[in-house]
Ligand binder design. Structure first.
Ligand SMILES: Cc1cc2nc3c(=O)[nH]c(=O)nc-3n(C[C@H](O)[C@H](O)[C@H](O)COP(=O)(O)OP(=O)(O)OC[C@H]3O[C@@H](n4cnc5c(N)ncnc54)[C@H](O)[C@@H]3O)c2cc1C
Length: 383
């Protein structure tokens, strides 16, 4: 038996859920197919930083739109998703690093972006008193912050279900074909058909793209996270640095969350990661260098998650240039959580109206694609 709908979403992470929600709220019937369970991969293992700070230019318009939505997230999904806007700061440890940050702000101002500000050493100390004394200043976005992925996922799922989305867990997509304006999606002994298709399959999304005839190369990002024992509140903003692989924040429960992009070993086929202790020690050492007072704190947990890594480390979001009615949402390169609300809207707009109210042209898949083979599209269309 074939199940039919107006749209099929492949992948039950936050991007799949957000796209499904926005489509359904526009009256579109949606089937979402998730191979494992909702939030099993990047979305469920995210550090959930809600950051516009230091984004690439092409991502900025959609990131700024998303930030507006985060500040009103409860009206979107009926829950505040644990979002709090305590700011994000990128710290300079030398005058040379501060010059790099100043040059960035000057460039942004010339392009009309005013959300990033330089702060001097005094203000930095006021905002983050526990920071090492040698730091000379930083770059801040005061409206940035962080959320809780374990509140965000259920909130988006509940909203998608309430909007009428049919969610199938344990349904892995194995084949795609396109004929006479309809996508057929094969998943084991099940099949689905719809004119619209969203590829939100995370670290596996380039495989789905290839099934549709789009060669979008992706590598894998498998960032590791450290959680410490609880301590009294001592840092409110999320802190990163110019010169070290570090992202540092304190959760509302008092634990410290230390990330920054040190990579775990991983295997896409078995969908697993394995912590690399040596690299993890470097991540911990970077945190101690910036916050000497935490040196004796115990690590209570570590984890890693899998995300797609694009060649220019920026999201890939846009309609397929070759396959009709197909939207790609992939390659978030370790910073896709913040983009979730606004990219859901952009997906619905592009699929239903052919245009997005926020400019995401710079994220179009074409920029990374090998020459599009007309033959493969033709074969699909007729196959
Ligand atoms: C450790 C870590 C820390 C992070 N920290 C931040 C942060 O602080 N801020 C930020 O903005 N971002 C952060 N990110 C990145 C962010 O979490 C991801 O970019 C985002 O969650 C990606 O969502 P997604 O829906 O695209 O992917 P996923 O959540 O991975 O969802 C993709 C889903 O597709 C499913 N799937 C795959 N293949 C198939 C198939 N064939 N059929 C059906 N389903 C399939 C998978 O099972 C998976 O559930 C972090 C990521 C990690 C791993």
């Amino acid at each position: 038996m074939i199940e039919t709908a107006d749209a099929i979403v492949i992948g039950g992470g936050l991007h799949g859920l957000s796209a499904a929600l926005q489509l359904a709220r526009r009256g579109v019937s949606v089937i979402l197919a998730e191979r494992s369970r909702i939030g099993r991969h990047a979305s469920g293992s995210s550090a959930a930083g809600v950051r516009t700070l230091n984004r690439g230019r092409a991502e900025l318009p959609i990131a700024l739109r998303s930030m507006e939505m985060w500040h009103d997230i409860e009206s979107l999904v009926g829950d505040n998703c644990g979002f709090h806007a305590d700011g994000q700061i990128k710290v300079a440890e030398s005058d040379a690093e501060l010059d790099i940050l100043r040059a960035r702000v000057d460039g942004l101002r010339q392009d009309g972006f005013t959300h990033e500000e330089i702060i001097d050493a005094d203000e930095l100390r006021e905002l983050v008193p526990a920071l090492a004394r040698h730091c000379v200043g930083g770059l801040i976005v005061r409206r940035d912050g962080a959320a809780d992925p374990h509140r965000t996922l259920p909130a988006f799922l509940r909203s998608a279900l309430a909007a009428g989305v049919t969610v199938h867990e344990g349904v892995g997509v194995e084949g795609l074909s396109h004929r006479q304006g309809t996508w057929r999606v094969a998943a084991g002994d099940r099949a689905f058909e719809a004119p619209l298709l969203v590829n939100a399959a995370g670290a596996w999304a380039s495989g789905i793209a290839a099934m549709a005839g789009d060669e979008i190369p992706l590598e894998t990002k498998a960032s590791m996270m450290i959680v410490t024992e609880r301590i009294a509140p001592f840092v409110r903003p999320t802190v990163s640095t110019v010169g070290r692989k570090l992202s540092f924040k304190q959760s509302s429960q008092g634990t410290l969350l230390i990330g920054g992009g040190q990579q775990a070993r991983h295997d896409l086929e078995s969908e697993t990661t394995e912590i690399d202790a040596e690299r993890l020690a470097r991540q911990a050492a970077a945190a101690v260098a910036m916050f000497p007072g935490i040196a004796r704190l115990r690590i209570v947990r570590t984890w890693a998650g899998l995300d797609g890594l694009s060649a220019d480390h920026m999201a890939v979001a846009g309609l397929s240039p070759s396959a009709p009615g197909l939207m790609h949402l992939l390659g978030f390169s370790g910073h896709g959580f913040q983009l979730v609300p606004a990219l859901g809207v952009a997906t619905a707009e592009l699929l239903l109206e052919g245009r997005s109210s926020v400019d995401i042209c710079g994220l179009a898949p074409q920029r990374l694609m090998h020459e599009v083979s007309v033959g493969s599209t033709h074969a699909l269309a007729n196959g």
